[in-house]
Ligand binder design. Sequence first.
Ligand code: SF4
Length: 347
Amino acid sequence: MAELDAIYRDVFEADPTLKADAEANRDIIERILELKDRKNVLILGHNYMHPLIYNLSEEDARGDSLALSRYAAKSDKPIILFDGVMFMGETAKILSPNKKVLIADKSAGCSLADPVRKDDVLKLKAMYPGVPVVTYVNSYADVKAESDICCTSANAVEVVLSLKSKRVIFLPDSFMGENIQQELAGMKKDIEIIYPGKKNALNRGICEVHERFTVEDLKLIREQYGIPKGHPKRAILAHWECRPEVLHEADFHGSTSQMSKYILEKRPEMVFLATECEMAANLAAEFPQTEFVRQCNVYCRHMRKITLNGILSALETEDPEKHEIFVDEEVRLKALKPIQRMLGISK
Ligand code: SF4
């Protein structure tokens, strides 16, 4: 099977130690590819998927959650299988209401999105009447539905500035709220960012993966691998969802797509990515000229619920309750508006 051979080539480039794993799963992967073609399914692969799963998606159908949902909306395939977590599948459904959206495991949650739901938005809105609500796309549909505008980690500051408001409620990521506040201070912009846990008793939304990186970790990596701060060819890149002090220690911070772009444009000889470890595994195949420091053991347990067996089950089953994602139509229409508003100011 030519497609399978191509997948295995990319997987082994990402990590040669995966050969045994890949061979052991040859039958199941063949069956997945066969069902994908027979049922005309678009498989979307988030950057944090295991390479064996990530490479089931066509090259254009790999990336971050919003880009994937937008890509799926333009596709003529009637079925979307989202290899990511639940809120990502919901976003795909919001943008593609007439398509069937499937996920390998409907219990794949997110420590960042789970603690902040509709009632929490309503509480903050009651505390700060008239203050616009900016919601990060890493959130559930019911939260987006109560928001004024969405943002990604790539355009959060741009979106906040577009509102021309002295105060903004930012949900659900508390670290990103702090990071935006600091970025605005650096730009001498006098805007107050209200986020979960800041002057309110809401549960903080924090990514348990990015939370694990500390300044000490980054300093150790610099020392061990010879990555001095500010070096033109060796760099530490951190995701926006990391702690503010980690962003300060890094040489560059950005979204997953901005980190890929940094590597594409600057062609560094060595990088360490302070983000989910599978991202480095997947980018290593894409950028063979760059050495990725693989001193990493930070995986997302929610993303890891997406397994080959789960994917096969989603493609095989006729039971919609098990794998299909539904969003109430009233909520979907309300949630679509803040996404469209964001796309209007930031393409
Ligand atoms: S990596 Fe973080 S933000 Fe992404 S799904 Fe896992 S917990 Fe959520």
